[in-house]
Design a protein. Structure first.
Length: 281
């Protein structure tokens, strides 16, 4: 059984993502923060880590790009998970018994349309799954929690209203992170398998540098599915760029990287892996 580090608690969406990637039989190491996930992977305490990187509605999780840059991590896969929120209660409690609802702030916002239709007191917590666990521990007959279906299963709760989220197209993308000696990473057909790559690049502080960098991809069969700028911590108002690229063969990607380097672009590759086909962009 694989051991996986996740941010959050048992029953969280990170836990669901780990199960979607590995299967139901997975041992999780709950971590309070994303940095703690990275440290657990670096220290070989787990087989790999699962880390959210962007959401289809809320956008990119910028601090996590900094973690990727600074930690000894290698991206080996990705997961797209539809975020489905459910209203759950202790066994036997009915919808009309509810007086207050507890969950993470974002989950409450995602379910605002449903929750606004009831005169319930809303309580913010640090985690959806933790709210579900605390509900079980309290035995409350008037409190409900909003969380994923796995939390209801783990903590023996009844789902009294399923799929209460307002947006049905809410997806979070998670990365699979393994420990990697960056100095040993080799971009070659012998060592890399996959049709998608994640990388960051730092361009010269000159007029037209970004235009020239993107121009290096001209004529190549590469689909840049993401281009994200994020700040360089020790250089105020200077930025690096994160890019995700999909390609038909690795040689095409290698050619693109070599072209970028030839025009003075500093390129670092986080990993080459297989594009997740469960969710088409």
């Amino acid at each position: 059984m694989k051991k996986v580090a996740i941010q959050g608690y048992a029953g969280s969406f990170h836990h669901i993502a780990a199960q979607q990637y590995e299967g139901a039989k997975v041992e999780i190491l709950p971590c309070d923060t994303f940095r703690a996930v990275a440290r657990a992977v670096e220290a070989a305490e787990v087989d790999y880590g699962v880390m959210a990187i962007e959401n289809s509605i809320a956008g990119s999780i910028l601090p996590n790009y900094n973690i990727l840059q600074r930690c000894n991590l290698h991206i080996t896969g990705e997961i797209y998970l539809q975020i489905r929120q459910n209203l759950m209660v202790n066994r036997g409690v009915k919808l009309e018994d509810i007086r207050e609802v507890e969950s993470h702030q974002m989950a409450l916002l995602q379910c605002a349309e449903f929750l606004d239709g009831h005169n319930w007191r809303l309580i913010e917590s640090v985690d959806t799954a933790l709210s579900a666990k605390q509900l079980q521990d309290s035995g409350s007959r008037t409190t409900a929690a909003v969380a994923g279906a796995l939390a209801a299963e783990l903590f023996d709760l009844d789902i009294v209203a399923a799929d209460i989220h307002t947006a049905t197209n809410n997806y979070t993308r998670f990365l699979i992170l393994e420990r990697c000696d960056r100095n040993a990473f080799e971009l070659s057909a012998e060592h890399c398998r996959g049709n998608k790559a994640s990388l960051y690049f730092n361009i010269p502080d000159q007029s037209g540098s970004l235009y020239k960098t993107l121009g290096a991809l001209e004529g190549l069969s590469i689909n840049m599915t993401k281009l994200q700028s994020y700040p360089i911590a020790d250089q105020p108002f200077h930025y690096m760029f994160h890019a995700d690229m999909v390609f038909d063969n690795l040689d095409t990607f290698i050619k693109a990287v070599n072209r970028m380097k030839q025009i003075g672009v500093d390129v670092h590759i986080y990993g080459v892996y297989n594009k997740n086909t469960d969710f088409e962009l």
